[in-house]
Design a protein around this ligand. Structure first.
Ligand code: NAD
Length: 420
Protein backbone atom coordinates (compact mmCIF):
# COMPACT_ATOMS: atom_id res chain seq x y z
CA UNK A 1 0.00 0.00 0.00
CA UNK A 2 1.44 3.40 -0.95
CA UNK A 3 1.82 5.84 1.93
CA UNK A 4 0.67 9.41 1.27
CA UNK A 5 3.71 11.72 1.44
CA UNK A 6 3.79 13.97 4.49
CA UNK A 7 3.21 17.51 3.10
CA UNK A 8 5.35 19.12 5.79
CA UNK A 9 8.30 16.88 4.87
CA UNK A 10 7.84 17.98 1.24
CA UNK A 11 7.75 21.64 2.29
CA UNK A 12 10.96 21.17 4.28
CA UNK A 13 12.71 19.48 1.34
CA UNK A 14 11.71 22.36 -0.95
CA UNK A 15 13.24 24.77 1.53
CA UNK A 16 16.39 22.62 1.77
CA UNK A 17 16.96 22.90 -2.00
CA UNK A 18 16.62 26.69 -1.91
CA UNK A 19 18.79 27.03 1.22
CA UNK A 20 21.62 25.09 -0.45
CA UNK A 21 21.66 27.31 -3.55
CA UNK A 22 21.33 30.52 -1.52
CA UNK A 23 24.07 29.38 0.87
CA UNK A 24 21.97 30.08 3.98
CA UNK A 25 23.81 29.59 7.24
CA UNK A 26 22.97 26.32 9.05
CA UNK A 27 21.31 28.34 11.83
CA UNK A 28 19.10 30.31 9.41
CA UNK A 29 18.22 27.13 7.53
CA UNK A 30 17.27 25.33 10.76
CA UNK A 31 15.12 28.28 11.88
CA UNK A 32 13.23 28.49 8.57
CA UNK A 33 12.52 24.72 8.62
CA UNK A 34 10.10 25.01 11.55
CA UNK A 35 6.98 27.07 12.35
CA UNK A 36 7.58 29.88 14.81
CA UNK A 37 4.36 29.27 16.74
CA UNK A 38 1.41 26.92 16.77
CA UNK A 39 -1.77 26.60 18.77
CA UNK A 40 -3.81 23.39 19.21
CA UNK A 41 -7.35 23.87 20.44
CA UNK A 42 -10.35 21.76 21.52
CA UNK A 43 -13.72 23.20 20.60
CA UNK A 44 -16.82 21.86 22.34
CA UNK A 45 -19.96 22.35 20.25
CA UNK A 46 -23.56 21.68 21.21
CA UNK A 47 -25.14 19.73 18.38
CA UNK A 48 -28.75 20.16 17.23
CA UNK A 49 -29.83 17.03 19.18
CA UNK A 50 -28.57 18.55 22.45
CA UNK A 51 -25.44 16.37 22.75
CA UNK A 52 -21.91 17.82 22.75
CA UNK A 53 -19.04 17.02 20.39
CA UNK A 54 -15.47 18.20 20.79
CA UNK A 55 -13.59 19.19 17.62
CA UNK A 56 -9.85 19.61 17.29
CA UNK A 57 -8.43 22.72 15.62
CA UNK A 58 -5.09 24.32 14.84
CA UNK A 59 -3.57 27.67 14.01
CA UNK A 60 0.05 27.81 12.86
CA UNK A 61 2.09 31.00 12.43
CA UNK A 62 4.99 29.80 10.33
CA UNK A 63 6.97 33.00 10.06
CA UNK A 64 6.10 36.64 10.74
CA UNK A 65 9.45 38.33 10.13
CA UNK A 66 7.99 40.23 7.13
CA UNK A 67 4.66 41.10 8.79
CA UNK A 68 1.58 39.56 10.41
CA UNK A 69 0.98 35.90 9.53
CA UNK A 70 -1.61 35.41 6.78
CA UNK A 71 -3.46 32.30 5.68
CA UNK A 72 -6.79 30.53 5.43
CA UNK A 73 -8.76 28.29 7.76
CA UNK A 74 -9.72 24.87 6.38
CA UNK A 75 -12.57 22.63 7.57
CA UNK A 76 -11.71 19.07 6.55
CA UNK A 77 -12.18 15.57 7.96
CA UNK A 78 -8.57 14.60 7.07
CA UNK A 79 -6.95 17.77 8.44
CA UNK A 80 -3.64 17.16 10.23
CA UNK A 81 -1.20 19.43 12.00
CA UNK A 82 1.44 18.58 9.40
CA UNK A 83 -0.85 19.67 6.55
CA UNK A 84 -1.46 22.96 8.34
CA UNK A 85 2.28 23.38 8.98
CA UNK A 86 3.10 22.77 5.31
CA UNK A 87 0.40 25.14 4.09
CA UNK A 88 1.59 27.83 6.52
CA UNK A 89 5.13 27.46 5.15
CA UNK A 90 3.81 27.80 1.58
CA UNK A 91 1.89 30.94 2.61
CA UNK A 92 5.16 32.39 3.95
CA UNK A 93 6.81 31.89 0.55
CA UNK A 94 3.71 33.11 -1.32
CA UNK A 95 3.40 36.45 0.54
CA UNK A 96 7.15 36.93 0.10
CA UNK A 97 7.15 36.23 -3.65
CA UNK A 98 4.53 38.93 -4.28
CA UNK A 99 6.34 41.15 -1.78
CA UNK A 100 3.41 42.05 0.43
CA UNK A 101 4.25 42.96 4.03
CA UNK A 102 2.85 39.78 5.56
CA UNK A 103 4.12 36.45 6.83
CA UNK A 104 2.60 32.99 6.51
CA UNK A 105 0.03 31.17 8.61
CA UNK A 106 -2.74 28.59 8.28
CA UNK A 107 -5.53 27.14 10.38
CA UNK A 108 -7.79 24.14 10.32
CA UNK A 109 -10.47 22.18 12.10
CA UNK A 110 -10.88 18.42 11.81
CA UNK A 111 -14.55 18.16 10.83
CA UNK A 112 -16.83 17.12 8.00
CA UNK A 113 -18.72 20.34 7.24
CA UNK A 114 -21.15 18.49 4.94
CA UNK A 115 -22.47 16.52 7.94
CA UNK A 116 -23.09 19.66 10.04
CA UNK A 117 -26.26 21.75 10.04
CA UNK A 118 -25.94 25.48 9.44
CA UNK A 119 -26.42 26.14 13.15
CA UNK A 120 -23.75 23.59 14.11
CA UNK A 121 -21.36 25.14 11.57
CA UNK A 122 -21.92 28.60 13.03
CA UNK A 123 -21.38 27.37 16.62
CA UNK A 124 -18.19 25.56 15.53
CA UNK A 125 -16.88 28.67 13.73
CA UNK A 126 -17.59 30.93 16.70
CA UNK A 127 -16.13 28.34 19.09
CA UNK A 128 -12.90 28.21 17.05
CA UNK A 129 -12.65 32.00 17.16
CA UNK A 130 -13.13 32.00 20.96
CA UNK A 131 -10.14 29.65 21.25
CA UNK A 132 -7.81 31.51 18.85
CA UNK A 133 -8.93 35.13 19.44
CA UNK A 134 -5.96 36.03 21.62
CA UNK A 135 -3.50 34.35 19.24
CA UNK A 136 -4.58 36.25 16.10
CA UNK A 137 -5.21 39.93 15.25
CA UNK A 138 -4.87 42.44 12.42
CA UNK A 139 -1.32 43.13 13.63
CA UNK A 140 -0.48 39.49 14.46
CA UNK A 141 -2.15 36.92 12.25
CA UNK A 142 -5.00 37.35 9.77
CA UNK A 143 -7.11 34.32 8.70
CA UNK A 144 -9.20 33.98 5.53
CA UNK A 145 -11.48 31.43 3.85
CA UNK A 146 -9.99 28.25 2.43
CA UNK A 147 -11.16 24.69 1.76
CA UNK A 148 -14.81 24.39 2.90
CA UNK A 149 -14.93 27.81 4.58
CA UNK A 150 -16.87 30.72 3.14
CA UNK A 151 -17.35 34.50 3.40
CA UNK A 152 -20.34 33.78 5.66
CA UNK A 153 -18.14 31.75 8.04
CA UNK A 154 -15.63 34.63 8.03
CA UNK A 155 -18.45 37.00 9.04
CA UNK A 156 -19.44 34.78 12.01
CA UNK A 157 -15.81 34.62 13.08
CA UNK A 158 -15.34 38.39 12.71
CA UNK A 159 -18.47 39.05 14.74
CA UNK A 160 -17.28 36.72 17.52
CA UNK A 161 -13.89 38.42 17.55
CA UNK A 162 -15.47 41.87 17.81
CA UNK A 163 -17.73 40.71 20.64
CA UNK A 164 -14.68 39.32 22.51
CA UNK A 165 -12.56 42.45 22.02
CA UNK A 166 -15.41 44.96 22.25
CA UNK A 167 -14.02 46.79 19.23
CA UNK A 168 -14.75 47.17 15.55
CA UNK A 169 -11.80 45.40 13.90
CA UNK A 170 -12.73 44.10 10.44
CA UNK A 171 -9.06 43.74 9.40
CA UNK A 172 -8.67 40.67 11.64
CA UNK A 173 -9.99 38.46 8.88
CA UNK A 174 -10.21 38.75 5.09
CA UNK A 175 -12.40 37.17 2.44
CA UNK A 176 -15.44 38.83 4.02
CA UNK A 177 -18.50 39.60 1.88
CA UNK A 178 -18.25 43.01 0.19
CA UNK A 179 -21.17 44.34 2.29
CA UNK A 180 -19.30 43.24 5.44
CA UNK A 181 -16.03 45.13 4.81
CA UNK A 182 -14.72 42.84 2.06
CA UNK A 183 -12.87 44.16 -1.00
CA UNK A 184 -14.22 44.50 -4.49
CA UNK A 185 -12.35 42.24 -6.90
CA UNK A 186 -11.64 39.35 -4.48
CA UNK A 187 -13.92 36.94 -6.39
CA UNK A 188 -11.81 36.73 -9.55
CA UNK A 189 -8.50 37.82 -7.98
CA UNK A 190 -6.76 34.44 -8.07
CA UNK A 191 -7.59 33.77 -11.73
CA UNK A 192 -6.98 37.39 -12.74
CA UNK A 193 -3.58 37.43 -11.02
CA UNK A 194 -2.69 34.17 -12.80
CA UNK A 195 -3.69 35.66 -16.14
CA UNK A 196 -1.43 38.67 -15.56
CA UNK A 197 1.49 36.26 -15.10
CA UNK A 198 0.46 34.33 -18.24
CA UNK A 199 0.54 37.56 -20.20
CA UNK A 200 4.16 38.13 -19.10
CA UNK A 201 5.15 34.53 -19.88
CA UNK A 202 3.53 34.76 -23.33
CA UNK A 203 5.60 37.87 -24.13
CA UNK A 204 8.77 36.01 -23.17
CA UNK A 205 8.12 32.99 -25.34
CA UNK A 206 6.65 35.03 -28.21
CA UNK A 207 3.13 33.63 -27.94
CA UNK A 208 0.27 35.81 -29.20
CA UNK A 209 -2.59 35.37 -26.74
CA UNK A 210 -5.23 36.45 -29.28
CA UNK A 211 -6.85 33.14 -30.27
CA UNK A 212 -4.32 31.17 -28.21
CA UNK A 213 -5.87 27.80 -27.31
CA UNK A 214 -6.58 27.13 -23.65
CA UNK A 215 -7.49 24.05 -21.58
CA UNK A 216 -8.65 24.43 -17.99
CA UNK A 217 -9.01 21.69 -15.40
CA UNK A 218 -11.60 22.67 -12.76
CA UNK A 219 -14.55 25.02 -13.15
CA UNK A 220 -14.95 26.22 -9.55
CA UNK A 221 -14.07 29.63 -8.22
CA UNK A 222 -10.64 29.72 -9.81
CA UNK A 223 -11.12 27.62 -12.97
CA UNK A 224 -14.50 29.23 -13.77
CA UNK A 225 -13.00 32.71 -13.58
CA UNK A 226 -9.93 31.62 -15.55
CA UNK A 227 -12.28 30.46 -18.32
CA UNK A 228 -14.32 33.68 -18.29
CA UNK A 229 -11.30 35.98 -18.24
CA UNK A 230 -9.44 34.01 -20.94
CA UNK A 231 -12.54 34.20 -23.12
CA UNK A 232 -12.93 37.95 -22.47
CA UNK A 233 -9.29 38.48 -23.47
CA UNK A 234 -9.86 36.86 -26.85
CA UNK A 235 -8.30 33.48 -26.16
CA UNK A 236 -9.95 30.33 -27.45
CA UNK A 237 -10.95 28.09 -24.55
CA UNK A 238 -11.11 24.63 -26.14
CA UNK A 239 -11.49 22.43 -23.05
CA UNK A 240 -12.94 22.76 -19.56
CA UNK A 241 -13.66 20.22 -16.86
CA UNK A 242 -14.87 19.58 -13.35
CA UNK A 243 -15.60 16.56 -11.21
CA UNK A 244 -18.43 15.59 -13.62
CA UNK A 245 -16.05 15.23 -16.60
CA UNK A 246 -14.15 17.13 -19.29
CA UNK A 247 -15.46 18.72 -22.48
CA UNK A 248 -13.54 19.57 -25.65
CA UNK A 249 -14.21 21.51 -28.83
CA UNK A 250 -11.13 22.41 -30.89
CA UNK A 251 -13.14 25.24 -32.49
CA UNK A 252 -13.61 26.86 -29.06
CA UNK A 253 -16.28 26.53 -26.37
CA UNK A 254 -19.05 29.01 -25.60
CA UNK A 255 -17.75 29.96 -22.14
CA UNK A 256 -20.52 32.44 -21.20
CA UNK A 257 -23.11 29.73 -21.96
CA UNK A 258 -21.22 27.11 -19.91
CA UNK A 259 -20.78 29.55 -17.01
CA UNK A 260 -24.50 30.36 -17.06
CA UNK A 261 -25.30 26.63 -17.07
CA UNK A 262 -22.99 25.99 -14.08
CA UNK A 263 -24.54 28.92 -12.17
CA UNK A 264 -28.01 27.48 -12.65
CA UNK A 265 -27.09 23.84 -12.01
CA UNK A 266 -27.97 23.05 -8.37
CA UNK A 267 -24.65 21.13 -8.03
CA UNK A 268 -22.72 23.88 -9.88
CA UNK A 269 -21.37 21.38 -12.42
CA UNK A 270 -20.93 21.36 -16.19
CA UNK A 271 -22.80 18.04 -16.43
CA UNK A 272 -25.92 18.32 -18.58
CA UNK A 273 -24.49 21.06 -20.82
CA UNK A 274 -24.55 20.16 -24.51
CA UNK A 275 -23.47 21.96 -27.67
CA UNK A 276 -22.81 20.93 -31.25
CA UNK A 277 -19.10 20.22 -31.81
CA UNK A 278 -18.36 19.59 -28.13
CA UNK A 279 -17.28 16.11 -27.13
CA UNK A 280 -16.72 14.56 -23.73
CA UNK A 281 -13.15 13.54 -22.88
CA UNK A 282 -11.53 12.53 -19.59
CA UNK A 283 -9.83 14.85 -17.16
CA UNK A 284 -6.57 13.01 -17.93
CA UNK A 285 -6.98 13.61 -21.69
CA UNK A 286 -7.64 17.32 -21.09
CA UNK A 287 -4.16 17.72 -19.58
CA UNK A 288 -2.52 16.23 -22.68
CA UNK A 289 -4.31 18.30 -25.35
CA UNK A 290 -2.25 20.17 -27.97
CA UNK A 291 -2.96 23.64 -26.53
CA UNK A 292 -0.95 26.81 -26.03
CA UNK A 293 -1.98 27.24 -22.44
CA UNK A 294 -2.95 24.78 -19.71
CA UNK A 295 -4.49 25.89 -16.42
CA UNK A 296 -4.63 23.14 -13.80
CA UNK A 297 -7.23 24.72 -11.49
CA UNK A 298 -8.66 21.83 -9.50
CA UNK A 299 -6.44 19.34 -7.72
CA UNK A 300 -2.92 18.61 -6.59
CA UNK A 301 -0.64 15.96 -8.18
CA UNK A 302 -2.31 15.79 -11.61
CA UNK A 303 0.88 16.23 -13.67
CA UNK A 304 3.16 13.40 -12.61
CA UNK A 305 6.07 11.32 -13.88
CA UNK A 306 3.42 9.16 -15.64
CA UNK A 307 1.98 11.86 -17.92
CA UNK A 308 4.53 14.70 -17.94
CA UNK A 309 6.14 13.61 -21.21
CA UNK A 310 2.72 13.76 -22.90
CA UNK A 311 1.94 17.35 -21.85
CA UNK A 312 1.92 19.51 -24.99
CA UNK A 313 1.01 22.97 -23.67
CA UNK A 314 3.52 25.77 -24.21
CA UNK A 315 2.67 27.36 -20.84
CA UNK A 316 1.41 25.53 -17.73
CA UNK A 317 -0.06 28.12 -15.37
CA UNK A 318 -0.64 26.49 -12.00
CA UNK A 319 -3.72 28.06 -10.49
CA UNK A 320 -4.28 24.99 -8.28
CA UNK A 321 -1.94 24.32 -5.39
CA UNK A 322 0.60 21.57 -6.04
CA UNK A 323 -0.67 20.24 -9.42
CA UNK A 324 2.82 19.16 -10.58
CA UNK A 325 5.01 16.63 -8.76
CA UNK A 326 8.77 17.29 -8.42
CA UNK A 327 9.60 14.49 -10.93
CA UNK A 328 7.20 15.98 -13.47
CA UNK A 329 8.75 19.42 -12.93
CA UNK A 330 12.05 18.15 -14.24
CA UNK A 331 10.43 16.56 -17.29
CA UNK A 332 8.50 19.72 -18.20
CA UNK A 333 11.61 21.88 -17.70
CA UNK A 334 13.62 19.64 -20.06
CA UNK A 335 10.81 19.74 -22.63
CA UNK A 336 11.00 23.56 -22.55
CA UNK A 337 7.46 24.00 -21.24
CA UNK A 338 7.09 27.29 -19.41
CA UNK A 339 5.70 26.62 -15.91
CA UNK A 340 4.30 29.42 -13.80
CA UNK A 341 4.56 27.84 -10.35
CA UNK A 342 1.56 27.70 -8.05
CA UNK A 343 2.60 30.06 -5.29
CA UNK A 344 3.37 32.75 -7.88
CA UNK A 345 0.52 32.00 -10.31
CA UNK A 346 -2.24 31.84 -7.69
CA UNK A 347 -0.96 34.64 -5.42
CA UNK A 348 -3.58 37.09 -6.71
CA UNK A 349 -6.02 35.90 -4.04
CA UNK A 350 -3.78 36.68 -1.09
CA UNK A 351 -2.73 39.94 -2.73
CA UNK A 352 -6.32 41.20 -2.86
CA UNK A 353 -6.82 39.86 0.69
CA UNK A 354 -3.96 42.14 1.67
CA UNK A 355 -5.68 45.02 -0.16
CA UNK A 356 -8.81 44.20 1.86
CA UNK A 357 -6.82 44.57 5.09
CA UNK A 358 -5.38 47.90 3.92
CA UNK A 359 -8.89 49.20 3.13
CA UNK A 360 -10.14 47.97 6.52
CA UNK A 361 -7.28 49.77 8.27
CA UNK A 362 -8.16 53.05 6.53
CA UNK A 363 -11.91 52.42 6.70
CA UNK A 364 -11.94 53.66 3.12
CA UNK A 365 -12.85 51.44 0.18
CA UNK A 366 -11.37 51.40 -3.31
CA UNK A 367 -13.18 51.20 -6.65
CA UNK A 368 -12.64 47.97 -8.59
CA UNK A 369 -10.27 49.66 -11.06
CA UNK A 370 -7.89 50.54 -8.26
CA UNK A 371 -7.87 46.97 -6.94
CA UNK A 372 -7.16 45.56 -10.39
CA UNK A 373 -4.45 48.08 -11.27
CA UNK A 374 -2.62 47.41 -8.02
CA UNK A 375 -3.01 43.64 -8.47
CA UNK A 376 -1.58 43.84 -11.96
CA UNK A 377 1.46 45.78 -10.71
CA UNK A 378 2.14 43.29 -7.90
CA UNK A 379 1.79 40.18 -10.08
CA UNK A 380 3.86 41.56 -12.94
CA UNK A 381 6.70 42.64 -10.66
CA UNK A 382 6.67 39.26 -8.90
CA UNK A 383 6.74 37.41 -12.21
CA UNK A 384 9.76 39.39 -13.39
CA UNK A 385 11.67 38.81 -10.15
CA UNK A 386 11.16 35.05 -10.48
CA UNK A 387 12.05 35.03 -14.16
CA UNK A 388 15.29 36.91 -13.49
CA UNK A 389 16.22 34.56 -10.67
CA UNK A 390 15.62 31.56 -12.97
CA UNK A 391 18.02 33.08 -15.52
CA UNK A 392 20.70 33.91 -12.95
CA UNK A 393 20.81 30.39 -11.49
CA UNK A 394 19.68 28.50 -14.60
CA UNK A 395 16.96 26.72 -12.60
CA UNK A 396 13.31 26.02 -13.28
CA UNK A 397 10.77 28.62 -12.24
CA UNK A 398 9.54 26.83 -9.13
CA UNK A 399 12.99 26.72 -7.62
CA UNK A 400 13.54 30.33 -8.73
CA UNK A 401 10.35 31.37 -6.91
CA UNK A 402 11.64 29.66 -3.77
CA UNK A 403 14.97 31.44 -4.13
CA UNK A 404 13.25 34.83 -4.33
CA UNK A 405 10.97 34.14 -1.36
CA UNK A 406 13.36 32.38 0.96
CA UNK A 407 15.98 35.09 0.44
CA UNK A 408 13.44 37.80 1.32
CA UNK A 409 12.30 36.02 4.48
CA UNK A 410 15.89 35.23 5.51
CA UNK A 411 16.85 38.89 5.00
CA UNK A 412 14.02 40.01 7.31
CA UNK A 413 14.96 37.39 9.94
CA UNK A 414 18.60 38.52 9.78
CA UNK A 415 17.71 42.23 9.86
CA UNK A 416 15.75 41.62 13.05
CA UNK A 417 18.79 39.88 14.48
CA UNK A 418 16.91 36.65 15.27
CA UNK A 419 19.42 34.46 13.42
CA UNK A 420 22.44 35.43 11.38
P1 NAD B 1 -13.56 25.07 -5.94
O1 NAD B 1 -13.97 24.07 -4.92
O2 NAD B 1 -14.36 26.30 -6.14
O3 NAD B 1 -13.45 24.36 -7.39
C1 NAD B 1 -12.78 23.16 -7.58
C2 NAD B 1 -13.12 22.65 -8.98
O4 NAD B 1 -12.38 21.45 -9.21
C3 NAD B 1 -14.59 22.29 -9.15
O5 NAD B 1 -15.00 22.65 -10.45
C4 NAD B 1 -14.58 20.77 -9.01
O6 NAD B 1 -15.68 20.14 -9.67
C5 NAD B 1 -13.25 20.46 -9.68
N1 NAD B 1 -12.76 19.12 -9.34
C6 NAD B 1 -12.78 18.51 -8.13
N2 NAD B 1 -12.31 17.25 -8.24
C7 NAD B 1 -11.98 17.09 -9.55
C8 NAD B 1 -11.45 16.01 -10.29
N3 NAD B 1 -11.18 14.83 -9.71
N4 NAD B 1 -11.21 16.21 -11.61
C9 NAD B 1 -11.49 17.40 -12.20
N5 NAD B 1 -12.02 18.44 -11.56
C10 NAD B 1 -12.26 18.28 -10.24
O7 NAD B 1 -12.04 25.42 -5.58
P2 NAD B 1 -11.21 26.69 -6.04
O8 NAD B 1 -11.32 27.75 -5.00
O9 NAD B 1 -11.55 27.00 -7.44
O10 NAD B 1 -9.72 26.12 -5.92
C11 NAD B 1 -9.13 25.33 -6.97
C12 NAD B 1 -7.65 25.21 -6.71
O11 NAD B 1 -7.06 26.50 -6.64
C13 NAD B 1 -7.27 24.52 -5.41
O12 NAD B 1 -6.07 23.81 -5.59
C14 NAD B 1 -7.02 25.70 -4.47
O13 NAD B 1 -6.15 25.34 -3.40
C15 NAD B 1 -6.35 26.66 -5.42
N6 NAD B 1 -6.40 28.05 -4.97
C16 NAD B 1 -7.57 28.70 -4.81
C17 NAD B 1 -7.57 30.05 -4.43
C18 NAD B 1 -8.86 30.83 -4.32
O14 NAD B 1 -8.77 32.07 -4.22
N7 NAD B 1 -10.03 30.19 -4.36
C19 NAD B 1 -6.36 30.70 -4.15
C20 NAD B 1 -5.16 30.00 -4.31
C21 NAD B 1 -5.20 28.67 -4.73
Amino acid sequence: MSVKPNPFTIAQHQLDDAAAILGLSPAMHAFLRMPMRELHVSIPVQMDDGTYQTFQGFRVQYNDARGPAKGGIRFHPDETIDTVRALSAWMTWKTAVVDIPLGGGKGGIICDPKSLSRGELERLSRGYMRRVAHFIGADKDVPAPDVNTTPEIMTWMLDEYEVITGRHLPGVITGKPVHMFGSLGRGDATARGGIYTVREAAKLIGLDLQNASVAIQGFGNVGGWAAKLSHQMGMKVVAVSDISGAFYDPAGLDIPAIAAHVDQNPRHLIEGYTAAGMKPITNAELLELPVDLLFPAALENVITADNADRIQAKIVAELANGPTTPEADQVLFKKGIYIIPDFLCNAGGVTVSYFEQVQNAYNFYWPIEEVQTRLEAKMTTAFRAVHEMAQVHNVHNRLAAYLVSVQRVADAVAARGWVK
